[in-house]
Design a protein. Structure first.
Length: 378
């Protein structure tokens, strides 16, 4: 039986009809009359629940979508959802376009947002992340019949700029750091980051059971949950920390560790046990986590980052982010002529292209290569 349609757009046949939602008449399109009835029924349910009202501004509608739909998705990793929510909250939520009625948002408004981000000096990655979140929302809005078109479709992005040069520590800096970190609450985390190249979240989620047979298994990561926990008043919102899966499927890996690292682990464990005894019945006192905060709770990124900054300042070393420990580990493996596929697997990279970024040659080595070629050719 042929599907019933009553209009044609761009060579495609649709069934369209007006329906009243939220006190307003709205034209709804669907591929057939049957599909139209199903869509309208769903829209009426959502409208009655107050998910998105037809008179809502873009800000109100996106807020509802982020904290009702996006955070409830199970087909996206928690870490990725956290990134999307952070991008929305920090880069999009307070922008003037969010005050526009949802039905009036056009391509020019999204392009204005992109252009203003460029003028503010935002990175390509940051701009692209914001556009990605907006695009996800409008795809949802189109699918549900709230808007007819996705205004993100015809926008123009700035020219992609390659990432900044990878920051690594010199051998002298590594020795200086390693010789002066014992007084830090997180000294073994720094040592392990140098020795394994693990990401901060992966380190914070480690348990003692992850160390076996001369290797450490990476199979989880500590993330800030973006599923709001509301208090009794329905207003207070907290974002709890929880252990979830690692960044990507390729992040699951085993990394060899030396006997010296295993000995340091035992020393660290004894220190941690003494600290836990002094803390009394802390929330995580009896957990198997290798790293906890000074109060026995989950570690938080700012705590570690501030401690790391203080260590570098006290040693007179120019500041490099904690992630530079990972960069240093990967760079050292590449410089030692290790097979790049093996390096990719140890680093937990999802593609060899990412690993190839670490095959940079220092300027002094470039000069040496010129001398070599000069002797061959001249």
């Amino acid at each position: 039986m042929a599907r019933k349609t009553n209009c044609e757009r761009n060579g495609i046949k649709y069934f369209r009809k007006y329906v009243t939602l939220g006190g307003q008449r709205k034209m709804i399109y669907a591929e057939s009359e049957k599909a139209w009835n199903a869509k309208v029924e769903e829209l009426k349910k959502l409208d009655s629940f107050g998910i998105i009202q037809t008179k809502d501004t873009l800000g109100t509608a996106m807020d509802m979508w982020v904290y009702t739909i996006l955070l409830g998705r199970h087909d996206i990793r928690k870490t990725t959802i956290s990134i999307y929510e952070t991008s929305y909250r920090n880069k999009i939520k307070d922008h003037p376009i969010m005050r526009l009625p949802l039905s009036e948002v056009k391509t020019i408004h999204i392009q204005t947002y992109i252009n203003e981000m460029v003028n503010k000096g935002a990175s390509y990655h940051s701009i692209n992340q914001g556009k990605k979140v907006l695009n996800m929302f409008f795809k949802y809005a189109v699918a549900e019949g709230y808007v007819l078109r996705n205004p993100c479709t015809n926008t123009s992005m700035p020219k992609y700029e390659p990432p900044e040069e990878i920051e690594v520590f010199s051998d002298a800096e590594i020795k200086l750091i390693m010789g002066n970190i014992r007084g830090s609450h997180y000294w073994f985390m720094y040592l392990l980051a140098f020795a394994t190249g693990m990401r901060m979240g992966e380190l914070m989620a480690l348990t003692y059971e992850d160390f076996k047979d001369g290797k450490v298994t990476v199979n989880k990561s500590l993330v800030v949950s973006r599923r709001p926990q509301k208090g009794p008043d329905g207003v207070k919102v907290e974002y709890p920390i929880e252990i979830g899966p690692p960044k990507t499927d390729s992040s699951y890996r085993d990394i060899p560790v030396s006997e010296n690292i295993m000995k340091e682990l035992e020393e660290w464990r004894k220190e941690a046990q003494l600290k836990n005894l002094r803390l009394g019945k802390g929330k995580l006192k009896d957990s198997d986590l290798v790293f906890t905060s000074p109060t026995g709770m989950f570690c938080r990124n700012p705590q570690v980052a501030n401690d790391w900054k203080w260590i570098l300042e006290s040693l007179g070393i120019p500041h490099k982010k904690f992630h530079a420990l990972r960069h240093t580990y990967i760079t050292k493996l590449v410089q030692a002529d290790m097979n790049l596929v093996a390096v990719m697997q140890l680093a937990g990279h999802s593609s060899l292209k990412t690993t190839l970024r670490y095959t940079h040659i220092e300027s002094e080595e470039k000069k040496i290569s010129a001398d070599i070629m000069d002797k061959i050719l001249m």
